[in-house]
Design a protein around this ligand. Sequence first.
Ligand SMILES: N[C@@H](CCC(=O)N[C@@H](CS)C(=O)NCC(=O)O)C(=O)O
Length: 204
Amino acid sequence: MKLTFSPTSPFARKVRIAAIELGLIDKIELVPTTVSPTTPNPAYSHDINPLRKLPALIVDENLVIVDSYNITEYLDELAGGKLLPKSGVARWKAKSEHTIIQGMTEAMLLCRYETFLRPKEFVWQGWYDDQWDRAWQGFAHFEERAEALNGPLDITQIALTCALGYADFRFPDCGWRKAFPKLDAFHERMLQLESVKVSKPPQA
Ligand SMILES: N[C@@H](CCC(=O)N[C@@H](CS)C(=O)NCC(=O)O)C(=O)O
C-alpha cells in the first residue's frame, strides 16, 4: 500500500501512528507529496483525490481511500479492530469525538493558511479568530473529559495527540499547555510511545 504523506501534516501523522501501533507500517510506503491551496496538481486531482488533500491510501488499482479517518478505520479493520470500539454507543461516541478533533485540526489548518498563504491585505482577522476559537473550545471539551483519555490506546487519543502536536508546531505561543494542564499531562504520556516520538513534525 502507498500513503500520500507529508511530515508536517497532522492527518498523515495520525495514520502513521495508527499504522505503527497496529503493526502495519511495514506494509505501507510513505510517498512524500505536496498539496496546497492555490497550487494546482492535476495528476493528484485526477489519480488520487479531486479534493487535492492528503493523506490518501492507495491500496491497489481498485481502491484509493481518502480522509485520515477512513484510512485509520480501514487499517484498524485489517488489524482486527483495536483502535475503535466494534459497535453500539461506544463506537458512535468514539466516531463523534473523533469528528470534533478532526474539526479542531481543520480549523487550525485554516488559521495557518489564513496567515501563511493568504495575501496580507485579504486576511480577515474575525474569521481567523472564529476558527481559532473552534479549536480552542475543542481543547476545552477534552480537558473537561480528560479521564476518558486514560483507557487503552484508541483513535481519539491518537487524533488528539496529533492536534496538540500541530498546535505546538504551528502555534508555539498559543499557550495550550497552561490553559489545559490535563491535556498537557496526557500529551506527555503519549510522547512516551515510539510511534508518537518518531512522527513528531519537523521544527517549524
Ligand atoms: N479531512 C481530511 C483533511 C486533510 C487535509 O486537510 N490535509 C491537508 C494537509 S495537512 C491538505 O491536504 N491540504 C491541501 C489543501 O487543502 O489544498 C483528512 O482527515 O484526511
